[in-house]
Design a protein around this ligand. Structure first.
Ligand code: ADP
Ligand code: ASP
Ligand code: MG
Length: 414
């Protein structure tokens, strides 16, 4: 078989751990498999490098930041290749431009366009473990790019897709995908199998165990993803196409995302085209507007509230302030914002065929006097925006209230 293994920062955080990873790679190879390994920077390294750049400038140039932060992974691949050799194995390290992982030129959050995996196949032919730097790529002009925080997951799955690997194993510091972040809720349960769709929702709603884009690629190219721990041999969580039995589980997981901000624009004319004119400049600036609420009109005017990523809030407000005078014809201050919010969500493919999840969710939050500011739903998720101080309480309340600490068969009816 051909197996891609991706090791996250904690798994390569010390020399001891890198040697442990080297042993795992060689063991997999000894079982007769071809092994490509994708590694992250040692834990804390990417943050350290980002802080160096921030010491020079508050808002540093993305191209130069990518040159800096990509070095974390360069160190890890070199060390791991050395560690495999030191154990008597064969290994070759590859940086993004050597593989080659071609991306677009959106520095700091580039998207992979193609991978020329021949160098990896050449390494296999020579009996080597291919050790590939995660997170980094190269654009058409030869600039170094990076794939966004957590991007090594995406490198792992993309390499697996390019090589038509049998599986992509994601080794991390927890032994699978849980019903919620096990570092926040102690009785979270490990999920054995989860659909790409649910995993995509969990990842985009705050479960950082897999980068969103890696799940998208897994789904698109049919790569089975196995999330597991590098510190044990226990089976982890398989992310796979949806299976019939999965529908019996109404709620699979709950998440919280704290990196959101809420913006309100008051007294907009209630006429066709206003929302488009208001929001288009934000989209043009690549700001993702999420939960949107438009209040009922009383006197021909309406208020609009929506969320944006916290990191983009300041830019979003600046853009709105310059757009609004054109829309309403005067300079009155209409934009307000709140950075102290979070988005709490429940996710599950079973919601498609079960009513009552929203009612249960709102009742549970009310029982803790948590005020809901905004609500948004899709076929398989319900999200609410609440004050950030309630993040953990809301997560625990929903996790317990939906019985997620119990095995799926014991959770009972809604
Ligand atoms: P790595 O460095 O290996 O990529 P990350 O820190 O990116 O690891 O992702 C693993 C972390 O994701 C866990 O330590 C855990 O705190 C967090 N996490 C959030 N939600 C979940 C979830 N539902 N299941 C498992 N882990 C989760
Ligand atoms: N080192 C990068 C980060 O911390 C990529 C990764 O670890 O996935 O975001
Ligand atoms: Mg990660």
């Amino acid at each position: 078989m051909l197996i891609v293994q991706k090791y996250g920062g904690t798994s390569v955080g010390t020399i001891d751990r890198i040697q442990n990873v080297a042993r795992r790679c060689l063991e997999t190879q000894r079982q007769g498999h071809q092994v490509a390994v994708v590694v992250s920077a040692m834990s804390g390294e990417t943050n350290r490098l980002l802080k160096l750049a921030a010491q020079i400038q508050e808002d540093p140039n993305d191209r130069e930041v990518d040159v800096i932060v990509s070095t974390g992974e360069q160190v890890s691949v070199g060390l791991l290749a050395l560690a495999i050799r030191a154990l008597g194995g064969k290994a070759r390290s590859f940086l993004g431009h050597q593989v080659k992982i071609q991306t677009d030129s959106t520095f700091a959050r580039a998207r992979i366009r193609s991978i020329e995996a021949d160098p990896v196949r050449a390494a296999f032919a020579a009996g080597e473990v291919a050790v590939i730097a995660g997170f980094q790529g190269v654009d058409e002009a030869g600039n170094i790019t990076t794939l966004g925080r957590g991007g090594s997951d995406t490198t792992g799955v993309a390499i697996a897709a390019a090589l038509a690997a049998d599986a992509c194993e994601i080794y991390t510091d927890v032994d699978g995908v849980y019903t919620t972040d096990p570092n926040i809720v102690a009785d979270a349960r490990k999920i054995d199998r989860i659909s790409y769709e649910e995993m995509l929702e969990l990842a985009s709603l705050g479960a950082k165990v897999l980068q969103i884009r890696s799940v998208e690629l897994g789904m698109k190219y049919g790569v089975p993803i196995h999330v597991r721990s590098s510190f044990s041999d226990a089976p982890g969580t398989w992310v796979v196409p949806e299976e019939k039995e999965m529908e019996h589980v109404v709620v699979s997981g709950v998440t919280v995302a704290k990196d959101e901000a809420k913006i309100t624009v008051e007294d907009l004319p209630d006429i066709p085209g206003v929302a488009a004119k208001l929001l288009a400049p934000l989209a043009d600036a690549s700001i993702v507007v999420d939960v949107i609420l438009q209040n009922q009109s009383w006197d021909g005017t309406t208020d609009m509230t929506f969320t944006v990523p916290l990191a983009d809030r300041r830019r979003a407000v600046d853009i709105l302030r310059s757009t609004i005078p054109d829309l309403v014809g005067n300079e009155a201050e209409r934009v307000s914002w709140d950075d102290d919010v979070c988005k709490v969500s429940v996710v599950g493919v079973g919601m498609r065929s079960h009513a009552g999840v929203a009612k249960r969710m709102f009742t549970l939050l009310a029982s803790e006097s948590i005020n809901i500011q905004l609500i948004t739903t899709s076929e398989i998720k319900i999200s609410v925006v609440v004050a950030k101080k309630y993040a953990e309480l809301a997560l625990r309340t929903l996790h317990a209230g939906f019985g997620l600490h119990l095995p799926p068969t014991e959770r009972g009816a809604l």
